[in-house]
Design a protein around this ligand. Structure first.
Ligand code: SAH
Length: 196
């Protein structure tokens, strides 16, 4: 189908912050995403103590679940409100510190130490700052990225992955002429060419 209608659309950081302020967060799933449960075994592949990355994390509850299973979670999100709501809604104490490598960025870390959430744009991150990951949960992330930034996003994600990592990607399929997004429609053929 024709995705031309979406390719020039831009959602600014400011618009995302406003969505959070207005409580316009229909994307948030209080009970988690059903595909997470279904494919958790694929993500973990029998391994324990993994480092798992949540790009554009919002306040995804799956971060808490994986942390409770003994994994280390790193997320990134532009909305500080989202991150504060995450810790508050799970009654998790946290501390807040600047990130020396990124001007204006903050890191929110659970006191227990296994959840680190960066408040900045994902494009500010690199493996020298956050390291590499054994697993990625990409839901509401590739499909939320502005279409013109997709290749940049995917290239960055590839640099954040360890050799034997697993990457779970949730995409949505619909007629892009009927909805302006996000979530954007990313055809499977494009996903294949993006990741190579
Ligand atoms: N993955 C989450 C949130 C999906 S909505 C979930 O499954 O619930 C997309 C989120 O990305 C929003 O919370 C928005 O504030 C955040 N966001 C948008 N652009 C971003 C960017 N460049 N860097 C980091 N976060 C971003």
């Amino acid at each position: 189908s024709d995705v031309g209608s979406q390719k020039d659309r831009v959602v600014t950081e400011e618009e995302w912050l406003q969505k959070w302020e207005m409580g316009n967060i229909g994307f948030h799933k209080e009970q988690g995403h059903p595909l997470f449960q279904k494919f958790l075994d694929v993500l973990l592949n029998g391994r324990s103590g993994l480092r798992i990355f949540f790009p554009l994390c919002g306040k995804a509850v799956e971060m808490k679940w994986l942390a409770d299973m003994g994994h280390s979670i790193v997320g990134v999100e532009v909305s500080e409100q989202a991150l504060k709501e995450f810790f508050a809604e799970h009654n998790l104490p946290y501390c807040e510190e600047p990130v020396p490598e990124i001007a204006g960025a903050k890191k929110f870390q659970s006191t227990s130490g296994n959840i680190s959430l960066y408040c900045c744009s994902i494009y500010d991150l690199s493996s020298s700052i956050v390291g590499k990951f054994d697993g990625v949960w990409d839901r509401g992330s590739l499909v939320a990225v502005n279409p013109r930034d997709r290749q940049r996003y995917v290239s960055l994600m590839v640099t954040l992955m360890e050799k034997n990592s697993s990457y779970l990607l949730v995409a949505v399929s619909y007629d892009p002429n009927k909805h302006k997004g996000p979530p954007f429609y990313v055809p499977e053929s494009e996903i294949k060419s993006l990741f190579g």
